[in-house]
Design a protein around this ligand. Structure first.
Ligand SMILES: [Zn+2]
Length: 324
């Protein structure tokens, strides 16, 4: 029982999370789980187990792959900019930072795989908030890399009350009182998206209006998956290659997947793991949530991959569903 509680506590999002979370069962015993999560992460840090795992990851990556850790972030607020920069600098010492263009190229199996001395990291950002444009995009550029921004077209370009209402009814659905700080819920504008693409970043589709794909009719699915990409392509004048489904790892269905495969080249999941581009499917790319505001021990734990074994069963279930 205690072991199970400890394991499930590691599934909890980090402190101060401001995005959606729709697995009700995890809310039970949440104080105890939060305490256990913090204790486990601090113990791992004090024993330097995260560094041991990172060395193992480096060894694995030198023998096969290419292996890529895809990071999923959400808001990148100004108040977290110092913490985020420290995180990115720490990552740059231990990983090869790659752009979406480099990542997409890894799936061209006619090319010789790169011979990186360190495993690779790709940064992705969900929902399309303006803080991604103002805070993290320039930071990534200063470190010689670029990001992949999964945006919600019906949210993009909204202002003032419309933006806040959309954010608190479609994106953060926990029923919290809206934040006084508009940075928390302000989306990017279409011009900012276009500028990101001009500067070498990529824009992906996170559904037209941030819905759960399970339970939609065929025409609703078409609007959300195909319609979302069409709207982004209308702004950026680029084909949208990547799709990331919102909410939990269980929110993907067979029917939705078929449509994603027919209209995109890559599908990103909200399920942690390391993606092996030589053997994994481009329609099931693992992503590990590591937010800008995570403490040093928290983000080091997540980058180390110590969370991955806990998600092995869920990765297996998704793989089995994709094959059917
Ligand atoms: Zn989202």
């Amino acid at each position: 029982m205690l072991f199970r509680l400890v394991v499930t506590s590691l599934d909890l999002p980090g402190s101060r999370r401001t995005v959606h979370y729709n697995d009700d069962h995890r809310e039970r015993n949440s104080d105890l789980r939060r305490f256990l999560r913090t204790s486990v992460i601090q113990t791992v840090a004090s024993l330097h187990l995260d560094e041991v795992m990172l060395r193992r990851h480096r060894w694995r990556s030198s023998r096969g792959g290419p292996l890529v850790l895809v990071v999923e972030m959400h808001e990148t607020l100004r108040r977290d900019a110092g913490q985020l920069r420290r995180q990115l600098e720490w990552v740059a010492e231990r990983f090869t930072l790659i752009s979406p263009e480099t990542f997409f190229g890894l799936w061209d199996r006619t090319r010789t795989p790169p011979n990186w001395s360190k495993p690779a990291v790709l940064f992705t950002f969900d929902d399309g908030r303006e803080s991604n444009y103002t805070v993290v995009a320039p930071m990534l550029e200063s470190m010689g890399t670029r990001g992949l921004f999964f945006v919600v077209p019906e949210f993009i370009g909204l202002t003032a009350r419309d933006a806040r209402d959309f954010y608190y009814s479609r994106i953060d659905i926990r029923g919290l009182a809206p934040s006084e700080s508009e940075e928390q819920w302000m989306p990017m504008s279409p011009d900012q998206l276009v500028d990101l693409v001009r500067r070498g970043h990529s824009v992906g589709n996170h559904t037209l209006s941030h819905v759960s794909l399970s339970g939609l009719s065929p025409s609703e699915l078409r609007d959300q998956i195909e319609g979302g990409s069409e709207k982004i392509a209308f702004w950026t004048l680029r084909t949208v290659e990547a799709f990331a489904w919102p909410y939990s790892w269980t929110a993907m269905t067979q029917q939705s997947w078929d449509l994603v495969r027919a209209t995109h080249r890559f599908c990103f999941s909200p399920c942690p793991g390391t993606t092996d581009c030589s053997s994994d499917s481009p329609y099931l790319i693992w992503r590990t949530e590591i937010e800008a505001h995570y403490s040093d021990s928290e983000y080091r734990f997540m980058y180390s991959g110590l969370i991955n074994p806990i998600w092995a069963g869920r990765r297996r279930r998704l793989r089995a569903m994709l094959k059917t």
